[in-house]
Design a protein around this ligand. Structure first.
Ligand SMILES: *Cc1c(COP(=O)(O)O)cnc(C)c1O
Length: 318
């Protein structure tokens, strides 16, 4: 992960850690927000994508890359590919919001849209990889991608050595796996808490069952989170099982309120998936044991401004 950290410099930003005065006061503890929303692609995914693509042999890079994505990974892969002047094909499901589809197209990638679900999109992407000799860049279950995402933790520990709890959104688990491996290597005592939305929470269901199960997908404000953990998952399920203390679920209203809170109180734009950590802290609940020094990872800002304004208007009292 230290190697990844060096490799990705230049395309990836070291993002700020912003004190949240509002949350610190409300919860009577110290809360900081890790603003991955400030990456050039609007989400942390650029870390893993950059590390994976820069790790490809020169010949493979020339042929190009293919990825499947709920939006942000596709945008990251397309952005890195454009920066390095290599071809990219991005396969998207029909749950991916229009704003994300358009952004990826604008980056010059070939986009295949309207695929039924993540599993279907993955099948199409892997076929394209075989047919055209493209390198398939998995959105989460890939060593280089996980290592890239783990660099978030290296930054947090440098910026805030006294942190004792990390709150991290969970989709396929690449981000939290990378963060957990890096963080626990340096600080075995650090508590890693996952959060996801309560509509078909794939990793949560798998951890409950103790094995990989299919759950399907449903539309949610946290549109970067849905998608099954594929049955051939190699890394993220096991890493979550070993390193993640617990995964909490948050509902749609809590996510909407958290997005409104981020805008109104913190003056930051956070998309649904990026706001689940804030949602967890904003809802009073007894099953969450708060740390004394908490960092919440705000993972992305790719939301339509009009949608965000509407949500903020619906929640004036956050
Ligand atoms: C991808 C993504 C996540 C989840 O990351 P995983 O590695 O799939 O667990 C969370 N938030 C945003 C904004 C994302 O794009």
């Amino acid at each position: 992960m230290r190697a990844a950290s060096e490799r990705i410099q230049g395309l990836v930003r070291e993002t700020p850690l912003k004190p949240s005065l509002a949350l610190s006061e409300r919860l009577d503890t110290i809360v900081h927000l890790k603003l991955e929303t400030m990456q050039d692609t609007g989400a942390f995914k650029v870390r893993g994508a950059t590390n994976a693509i820069l790790g490809l042999p020169e010949v493979s890079r020339r042929v190009g890359v293919v990825a499947v994505s709920s939006g942000n990974h596709g945008r990251a892969v397309a952005w890195v590919a454009r920066s390095l002047d290599i071809p990219a094909v991005i396969c998207l499901t029909r749950l991916v919001p229009e704003v994300k589809v358009r952004t990826i197209q604008a980056l010059g990638a070939e986009v295949i849209t309207d695929l039924a679900d993540q599993a279907d999109a993955t099948r199409v992407a892997r076929e394209l990889a075989r047919e055209r000799g493209l390198s398939y860049i998995d959105p989460f279950d890939d060593r280089a991608v996980i290592a890239g995402q783990g660099t978030v933790a290296l930054e947090i520990l440098k910026q805030r050595p006294s942190v004792d709890q990390l709150i991290v959104p969970v989709g396929g688990g690449g981000l939290i796996s990378g963060i957990a491996v890096a963080a626990h290597a340096l600080r075995p005592d650090l508590r890693i808490i996952g959060v996801t939305n309560d509509r078909k929470p794939a990793m949560w269901e798998c951890l409950q069952a103790g094995r990989i199960v299919a759950v399907g997908e449903e539309a949610t404000l946290a549109d970067a989170l849905p998608g099954d953990i594929p049955p051939d998952n190699e890394y993220t399920f096991e890493l979550c099982r070993q390193h993640v203390e617990t995964i909490h679920l948050v509902g749609e209203t809590a996510i909407a309120r958290a997005m409104a809170f981020a805008l109104r109180r913190e003056r930051i734009v956070v998309e649904g998936a990026g706001a689940v950590g804030l949602a967890l802290l904003l809802e009073p609940r007894t099953d969450l044991e708060l740390g004394r020094d908490i960092v919440v990872v705000c993972t992305g800002d790719n939301v339509m401004p009009d949608r965000l304004i509407q949500l903020a208007q619906e929640h004036p009292d956050v």
